[in-house]
Design a protein. Structure first.
Length: 211
């Protein structure tokens, strides 16, 4: 059975958390992985409205949520000017919201008609649909029609590169270098021990000659 929830948020710092908590209501209807992705994405989209839409204290951010076992859709609407949906690469100053939408959402888009309307859909699997959003809005889904799992893996890969995590091969290579270094150190220690032993024997011989 489908579930629909709507809320209007003050454009303040608590808005993203409130939107995220509201999605918890969908856990009995929507698969957990979809809810978890939606919580991340709605936080980013609402944060974008709060920080960049230049909203007045009396303005409101409208959030609509629709969920079923096969789909979860979230719409975020504000009276701000919107953003450039083409610039999807994150940078040091931010920009992760659009990047995450592009990599984790099954479909997403943005429409401007006196207001800015950002929406995204999450599904367990993706079929190849025309690149056309609802009501004529641009759909920015991944060009290759990749599955959500593939998009998630791709996003994890980018994050992995960012934080410098090591691959299995890199880890094995490091362990191999460590083993080689250990072998070299062991060999040097044995050489030193032999030389020390030779020195002791030479000293004994000298003492014997003196006697």
């Amino acid at each position: 059975m489908a579930l629909e929830v709507g809320l209007r948020l003050d454009p303040g710092p608590r808005a993203p958390a409130r939107a995220r908590r509201t999605l918890e209501r969908f856990r009995s209807t929507v698969p957990d992985p979809l809810v978890e992705r939606a919580e991340l994405l709605v936080s980013e989209v609402v944060t974008n409205s709060v920080r960049h839409a230049d909203l007045d204290p009396d303005d409101r951010i409208e959030v609509r949520m629709q969920g079923s076992p096969s789909m979860l859709r979230v719409d975020v609407i504000d009276p701000g000017p919107g953003f450039d949906p083409i610039d999807t690469e994150p940078h040091t100053g931010g920009g992760w919201g659009v990047w995450l939408l592009d990599h984790l959402a099954t479909r997403w888009g943005m429409e401007r008609d006196g207001q800015t309307h950002v929406w995204f859909e999450l599904r367990p699997a993706v079929s190849v649909d025309p690149r056309q959003g609802r009501d004529g809005g641009t759909d920015h889904r991944d060009r290759g029609g990749a599955s959500m799992g593939e998009k998630t893996d791709k996003a994890k890969g980018h994050v992995k590169e960012t934080v410098g995590d090591m691959t299995d091969n890199e880890r094995l290579e490091r362990e191999g270098k460590r083993d080689r270094m250990g072998g070299e150190l062991k060999g040097k220690a044995e050489d030193a021990k032999d030389k020390f032993g030779e020195g002791v024997d030479a000293a004994k011989d000298t003492l014997s000659d003196d006697d």
